[in-house]
Write a protein that binds this ligand. Sequence first.
Ligand code: FAD
Length: 288
Amino acid sequence: MYSATVDYYRAASVADAVKMLQKNKGAKLLAGGHSLIPSMKLRVAQPVALVDIGRIKELSGISLDGSSLKIGALTTHNEIATSADVKAHCAILAEAAGLIADQQVRNRGTIGGSLAQADPAADFPTLITVLDATLTVAGPIGTRDIAAKDFFKDLFTTALAENEVLTTITVPTYGAGTGGAYLKMKHPASGYAVVGVAALVSVSGGKCTDVRLAVGGATANPARISASEAALNGKAPDDANIASAIAHVAGSLSNTLGDHYASAGYRQNVAAVMSGRALKLAAERAAG
Ligand code: FAD
């Protein structure tokens, strides 16, 4: 199917893009186009105009800034998967980026497009949720920061206003004593997450000092499983304690999604099993 006719503008800067969005109500930003263009071809999305941000240099790249990574919204999945800085300071993010789709999609798709799309089956939303990242957006009256926990509002819905551009994702880094693991059950056709689990565990003196667990793919937006986090915090990350912790996973996934491929109950069970594996692997990595 072909998309409806649409006007096309190319923005030279973020300020330019914001102006174009304001001038063309109902326009959409075009980044890698790997979610938007298929949606337009299916006529699920019918923007009146496209504002192409694909050549705005200031939106691309990864830099280490103290104890954070600053990732431009236009940075591709492949750049994140292969970045030496990401691998050294936030390995879980590189691990997840490398599991997205296939090499072609990773070469074109951008982290900003993925987050703005807020697809429940996407990988980066789960990662920024477990990492407590901050998203910076630019609009007509300047910039504002949004915490990851406040960014996702519903299926395919975020806190972004129509005339705002996501510019930067700030991700806190972690070092020795903390380990991360991202595991996903891939949909066999697309690679999207049927369930994706991200765990970040800090261990000191044989006990967990900080436990974070997020599940994606199972609910409209990624869910932090705070009951499991609390259950394992302060305890040794052994099999018995992990088993007790993951007993809370299924019950924490309210309004679990179900479809012809995976029912809600199946997703809950997979999420619990994968949470146990991800917590164990993260704790092992924390121990070095
Ligand atoms: P676009 O398609 O250009 O834009 C998506 C949406 O975000 C649009 O509404 C656009 O207006 C908006 N947007 C883009 N950039 C910004 C910005 N800076 N500020 C505000 N709004 C913005 N994803 C996964 O996570 N895991 C997978 O396994 C996976 N498998 C895939 C398999 C296939 C075959 C395909 C085609 C896609 C798959 N994807 C997967 C999605 C892919 O990662 C997309 O590239 C990504 O979700 C969207 O990024 P994009 O740069 O292509 O955004």
